[in-house]
Design a protein around this ligand. Sequence first.
Ligand SMILES: Cc1cc2nc3c(=O)[nH]c(=O)nc-3n(C[C@H](O)[C@H](O)[C@H](O)COP(=O)(O)OP(=O)(O)OC[C@H]3O[C@@H](n4cnc5c(N)ncnc54)[C@H](O)[C@@H]3O)c2cc1C
Length: 486
Amino acid sequence: MSRGPLPLGDAPRATAEVDVVVVGMGCAGAAAAYEAARSGASVAVLDGAGGPGGASAVSGGELYLGGGTEVQRACGYDDDPDAMFAYLSAALGPHPDEAKLRLYCDESVEHFRWFQALGVDFKPSLYDGVSWLPPTDDGLMWLGENAWPFTEIAKPAPRGHRPATAGHGGWLMMERLTAAVEGSGATVSANTRADALLVDGDGRVAGVVARRFGEDVGFRARRGVVLATGGFADDAAMVADHVPALVGHRAVSAGRDDGTGIRLGLSAGGTTRRLGSAQVALSVVPALACRGMLVDGLGQRFVNEDVYPGRFSQAAVLHRPGPWFTLVDERGWEEVPPAERWGVQPRAVAATLAELEAALGLPAGALEDTVARYNRDAARGVDLLHHKDPRWLRPLEPPYAVIDATAGFDPDGRKADGTGVSGFTLGGLRTGVDGEVIDADGCPVPGLYAAGRATSGIHGEGYVSGTSLGDGTFIGRRAGLAVARG
Ligand SMILES: Cc1cc2nc3c(=O)[nH]c(=O)nc-3n(C[C@H](O)[C@H](O)[C@H](O)COP(=O)(O)OP(=O)(O)OC[C@H]3O[C@@H](n4cnc5c(N)ncnc54)[C@H](O)[C@@H]3O)c2cc1C
């Protein structure tokens, strides 16, 4: 819970005084704190958890960067900010925040170099497969840029940049950011959970009251406060109000996305944008889906399976009746190494599609029709319905296997959990390009800034991996510089 804003005069007896208070130390808070401290401001960072990191530290570490980074060039790709903007405008849309997105693309090479300067290395090699998270330490991956319709919208270039480690890389990124914050002179207080803003007589946000081991502690901020507390995927009431598609599904978070930052911002007069937007992940192995097809609960295909996996997940969960299945033939199944199948197992295997329809409870003839159409097009090397790249097209042959996405991933060989659907929220406080929180009249709330998933960043209704860590750090940096100016 959080409280309404308190007058500065009601600050607790134990109140420290600094120039800038940053609430939350995931990627956005760390970027803000580092830049504010580097600008000469005294900075206090609070985190309600036992240490910094947040969702950022458990994340995949994929960073959406481009426009011509050294890693892109080393891999043979000649990218530019306009192509990046065209792709993201379409993939994050409709209704991305164009002002933020334009800056994000124009300054992406500089942002890439900022990470490098902090010791986040990216290996100059491309993972040329399709995956949620490559098993290799390649520094670059495709995130849907080479799939229809985007191939007709923008010159394709891979822009998923990955810290130099195999699998999840968020810990490595946060290790480097945390070292940078600590080296900048900012103080970091763990187990310190902000639950009210302090407001001075002029209505300016002037600090924070937090709970630490059952006591109130105050932090007076002479220049301003940055909210960087993450999203609200863990707050069941907010999810039910704003993102009903995620109700009952697992939150993609570190367990602390309870929306406090958003509530604190609202309490001081801030407003919100796009609270209904969400990243959605369906437990489908992209490498299997590309080699076969995704079908809905009516046995119908609905998307080109080679898009960024979050896009086929949104297409399924938000727009098609479940359950959702991957249909693959024996050759397709065998082509994907067992270690890259994320523990999924076929729910049914059969020599005929009619047997599969019966086993899965699909309308009789539905799969037969879908596969007949697919095979006819695949034999000609063109997916007329959904435009999957010819690289993945070939007629499917019996025997067939069907994997039920709602069974979830089971990478450790233990019981699969959840509903096979998970997600995190993309909407939050309305902010400007410097992270300034915007009120109902379109004016900045004096002294209040925000970044990361506590805000609506560059996104509209779509999502591409890497844009959350990407916009969190990018706008976080700008918020840190702006708040330090006072
Ligand atoms: C498994 C997983 C994989 C992911 N992979 C990727 C990826 O590859 N690329 C990508 O771009 N995104 C990815 N994401 C999403 C991304 O990690 C998050 O959206 C992003 O880290 C949010 O950053 P943030 O700084 O806004 O919040 P966080 O990193 O969550 O940090 C918020 C911090 O605020 C603290 N906090 C919260 N409330 C308070 C309070 N009241 N007072 C004080 N402190 C508070 C929390 O303890 C936390 O440390 C992934 C997420 C998960 C969980």
